[in-house]
Design a protein around this ligand. Structure first.
Ligand code: HPA
Length: 245
């Protein structure tokens, strides 16, 4: 049966789902990288596809912008479709000069100004952390591929257009954060609440202190490098979650 926001049938999603923010990116990943991709949902044009990568069944679905949006899709995928592993593949703004454009960040943990995890956790501070084995595997795959990645914490902001942004950025840098984006803390909270595993891989699309940003062509190529890593991770996880013949 469909959910409010996803029209797929039970069994339409694989155990492992890659999640870009933009649904057209989901279509791009499915059409470019998956064998025999099939569209399984398109409610509100939030497209989802299932196909195979290196013989392993994998899905890809957009999650939209911001914690409320990713929380809806992640919750329904886990609760109603039995998804076990969610891998966000997104972009972020680098907070430090040395976090360069095109770098890929493995988001080990996320701070946030959102209250969503407090709502779930009796108003206490919830540690929004990645699944350790996913993060470890991502680092191992990156090493094997000779692909440099940075592992560290990020900040998930509710507002893209934020007042007093210089003060916030200075504080985030002082507290060791690499980048800012808008979803990871929500995804990690949902995964914990719903008993699934999650990781976010983030391509640096802007360098905020240096005021630099990627062109749209450069965004595509750096996105492709990150997707290559994410797909290998997804295929390894798909084999581990449900050993395939
Ligand atoms: N802020 C929030 N999210 C982002 C940014 C940013 O500067 N860049 C890419 N995603």
């Amino acid at each position: 049966m469909a959910t409010i926001h996803i029209s797929a049938e039970p069994g339409d999603f694989a155990d492992v789902v890659l999640m870009p923010g933009d649904p057209l990116r989901a279509r791009y990943i499915a059409e470019r990288y998956l064998e025999q991709p099939r569209e399984v949902t398109a409610v509100r044009n939030m497209l989802g596809f299932t196909g195979h990568y290196q013989g392993k069944r994998i899905s890809v679905m957009g999650h939209g912008m911001g914690i409320p949006s990713i929380s809806i899709y992640a919750t329904e995928l886990i609760r109603h479709y039995g998804v076990r592993v969610l891998i966000r593949v997104g972009s972020c703004g680098g907070l430090r000069p040395e976090v360069e454009l095109k770098d890929v960040i493995v988001a080990l943990a996320a701070g946030t100004d959102s209250r969503v995890n407090r709502l779930r956790f009796l108003d206490n501070d919830f540690p929004a952390v990645a699944d350790f084995n996913l993060a470890r595997r991502a680092m191992e795959i990156a090493e094997r591929r000779g692909q440099p990645v940075r592992a560290g914490s990020v900040f998930s902001a509710d507002l893209f257009y934020m007042p007093d942004v210089e003060r916030l950025h200075a504080t985030l840098v002082r507290m060791g954060m690499l980048a800012i984006e808008m979803e990871v803390a929500g995804l990690y909270g949902v995964a914990a609440e719903q008993g699934a595993r999650a990781l976010a891989l983030l391509a640096v699309a802007d360098n905020l202190p240096l005021g630099r940003e990627l062109s749209s062509a450069e965004r595509e190529t750096s996105f492709d490098a990150m997707i290559g890593l994410a797909l290998e991770l997804a295929a390894e996880e798909a084999a581990a979650v449900a050993p395939q013949p």
